[in-house]
Design a protein around this ligand. Structure first.
Ligand code: SAM
Length: 269
């Protein structure tokens, strides 16, 4: 950040910027926007060269994240794909479901890596995202329902991952979703899951003292905001372990293990 911008935006700084200061601030802002656009152009070009999907339209990007600009979409997908590769490796050895795949933010980076082109499967309730993926030539995608079951036979998958999906599903449905995830996994199959957990309740914005007390008692919190997938679930580790039920081995549980979300790896027994 430039000295000028720092001076103008400093919390304890003088009265709000005026006149020439406002103009200078605006020039800095415009220059930063130009630089972001230039970097996005370079990144987009490099991504196309390595076989990534095109950038989905803004109308789809805003359905998977609060920040709609291209750089954010790509950066989030890079992070999630790296986590997938850490958990499942470059050759998952069988089908892996990207449950709540949206418009392929993670897939874009997995394409061309090891055997992922062969094994990636995707599903989402968002029929617009699934239609767009099909238009890009991705056939292994289906629309699923808001509630289980997933549209797959029992024991279809070697693995499943879901980035910020249960974070948008009411806590009272988590147990049913875990049971269905277990159903579609083969014995020994693993699932990588992110949830908003205790870290979010302690550090997240918008919780009142009453929310925190209710969460301490119930282990969960649900808030409804404008736009279907803006709804947000926060669940404690104990809540998630109860919701999982028997039939799982919890390989790992990390508080704020993935961005501000807790992440867990579970293995179907
Ligand atoms: C925050 S976005 C994350 C998208 C994707 N996992 C990613 O990381 O790019 C949440 C996604 O979950 C999807 N979703 C919400 N409820 C779902 C459900 N019951 N089944 C499948 N997908 C769901 C939404 O449509 C949206 O695409």
């Amino acid at each position: 950040m430039s000295k000028l911008l720092r001076a103008l935006t400093h919390k304890r700084g003088p009265a709000p910027a005026q006149g020439a200061e406002v103009e200078a601030l605006e020039r800095v802002r415009q220059e930063q926007k130009r630089q972001i656009r230039a970097l996005e152009k370079v990144a987009g070009h490099l991504l196309q060269q390595r076989g990534a999907l095109p950038l989905p339209p803004t109308s789809l990007r805003v359905r998977v994240g609060r920040v709609e600009h291209a750089g954010n979409f790509w950066a989030q997908g890079l992070d999630s794909s790296q986590r997938v590769l850490e958990v499942f490796g470059a050759d998952p050895g069988g089908p892996v479901l990207d449950w709540g795949c949206g418009s392929g933010r993670t897939l874009s980076w997995l394409r061309g890596v090891g055997t992922w082109d062969r094994w990636w499967r995707g599903s989402d309730v968002d029929r617009h995202a699934i239609k767009w993926l099909r238009q890009q030539g991705i056939a292994s995608v289906v629309v699923c329902g808001d509630e289980p079951p997933l549209p797959y036979p029992d024991e279809s998958f070697n693995g499943l991952f879901c980035f910020s999906v249960l974070t948008h599903i009411p806590p009272q449905l988590h147990a049913a979703w875990y049971a269905d995830i277990r159903r579609v996994l083969r014995p020994g199959g693993r699932a990588y899951i992110t949830v908003h957990g205790d870290w979010n309740m302690s550090n997240g914005k918008g919780f009142t003292e009453a929310d925190r007390q209710a969460y301490a008692a119930s282990g969960c919190h649900w808030s409804e905001r404008e736009g279907h997938y803006k709804h947000a679930a926060t669940v404690s580790r104990a809540f998630t372990e109860r919701a999982l039920g028997p039939g799982w081995e919890v390989e790992s549980y990390r508080e704020a293990g993935y961005h501000s979300m807790d992440d867990l790896i579970v293995r179907r027994l």
